[in-house]
Design a protein around this ligand. Sequence first.
Ligand code: AMP
Length: 594
Amino acid sequence: MSEWIVGIDLGTTNSEVAVVRAGQVEVIPVTAGVRILPSVVGLGDDGSLLVGEAARNQYALHPERSVRSIKRRMGESTTVQMGSQEFAPQEISAMILRRLREIAEAHLGEAVSKAVITVPAYFSDAQRQATREAGEIAGLDVVRILNEPTAAALAYESSRRGARKAIVYDLGGGTFDVSVVNLEGDVVEVLASHGNNHLGGDDFDQKLVEHAIEHLAQTQQLDVRQQPLVLARLQRAAEAAKIALSAQPFATLSEEYLCEKDGLPVHLSLEISRRAYEEMIADYIGETIEAVHIALRDAGLAVADISEVLLVGGATRTPFVQRRLEEELRLQPRAELDPDLCVAMGAAIQAAVISGAQAPSVLVDVTPYTFGTSALGEYEGEMYPYCYVPLIRKNTPIPVSRSEVFHTVHDGQTKVEVNVYQGEDPDALNNISIGRFLVEGLRDAPAGNPVVTTFSLDLNGILHVSAREKETGLQHSITIDRAISRFTSDKLDAARERIAAIFADQEDDAAPAASTALPVEAASGDADETARRLRVEARALIEKGERLLATASSEDADDLVNGIESVKEAITGSSSELKAAIDVFADLLYYLDA
Ligand code: AMP
């Protein structure tokens, strides 16, 4: 019987359990389709123990018999009250761990007695010890306490990209941590860490709740501050609106029958623009950016020393967070893993390594290209009608849908043209045009009439683009098939032609010298054909590697030179050796090219 070691992210707001099975990282569902267990415990009406969603749902009504955010108390010699009983923080955490253990056992169909558990990098010895004890109480032998940023780096496989320094930016529901890490081979070292364990997405919700409270006071002369049920409903609506604003430029905070006034029901329907929301949370984000700089300073590093920014925590899905980080660090943050799950994934990877397995990879479907549209804007100091506005950035997990608002430029403008591009250049005309359509029949309005453009990319690489006049709902759209694969096949065609041309040249050549770029052998049988193809592929990769070398950083250049050398060496070896070298080198090129 195999002995499972599970990986557990024991979070302040949410917890997850993951395992590596048959070389794949699986975050285990808590219930069908849900892989997140709220870190809340409570006692139900009948005194039964509630862990997770049920405990969270009763929190607003029965705070006296519910406990949340226990992670903040770990390591303190204190107790918390739940109903009529007192519990040590370790005991509350143990209830969450025990539930996760049961979930894993039900999923695997076998007993689970070992775990890797993650903790923030700043956790003291006492806090780490308390976490170990919580594991023991839950019947788990804690084989390793792993730093959360280390787990994230393992999940993002950053260390496999060569020696480098990275920033792990972790913004969850109630806590914020930033760590500067050094990655080298299998070793991830936390160089510095900073944060605020009372800052997170819940504060963003609160800003929206306050905005709604003010709106109710102004429009209805209503004060709902003393009505816990109304506040709880507003909170939920605020979080939903916040999440919607990560994908759309507008969202409506709405609750029917929110409360009563003079015997009449009060409905709330309050539209919020992404721009207004970003202003509400700007100070919070500013604080996190400042923390990034403090952590960098503590690590004795400059922005230019950082090769990667890894995003962790649900609140990093906020586009404003990603934009600010990119402006500040001049790197597009990596967001291809689910930010809620990547720490648990990293813990599972560490667990697999401890049990002697090869470090597995996390498989994700991401778009390899950026898709966007063009708009009038400032480019190199002048107004220019083809400024590129990316909507779906490369390496975003698919399926994905993103919207942005644009405005008409002239009074009485009745049509707009929507251009769809693939590429990265700030001048849209330097990107590849993949489609366009006209939205006609807009209402006769002054300049500034909003039109919402939505890009949706599905798993099959089909891109659907629509544009809708916000005030009237008038909508036009196009569907672009194979938005992803068409370029791959274009590239393939180009490569095929290029290779064919080289072969043709050689056939013209009566006696090709041994050192020609592409030796052609008499194709005798499949093995020869395979070997020949591999050599063609190898040389194409070497060529590509040499091209990338021109613009690579010195660290990447080392990796490239090593990769090129090993492929060159393998060309003279067996097909299987060459295939192995090609695979490794192709992975490297994929990363460096990405
Ligand atoms: P975590 O503690 O890492 O699970 O993060 C939870 C926080 O992320 C909560 O405040 C969520 O409301 C927030 N969150 C989840 N999804 C999104 C989203 N799409 N956009 C913005 N915030 C989100």
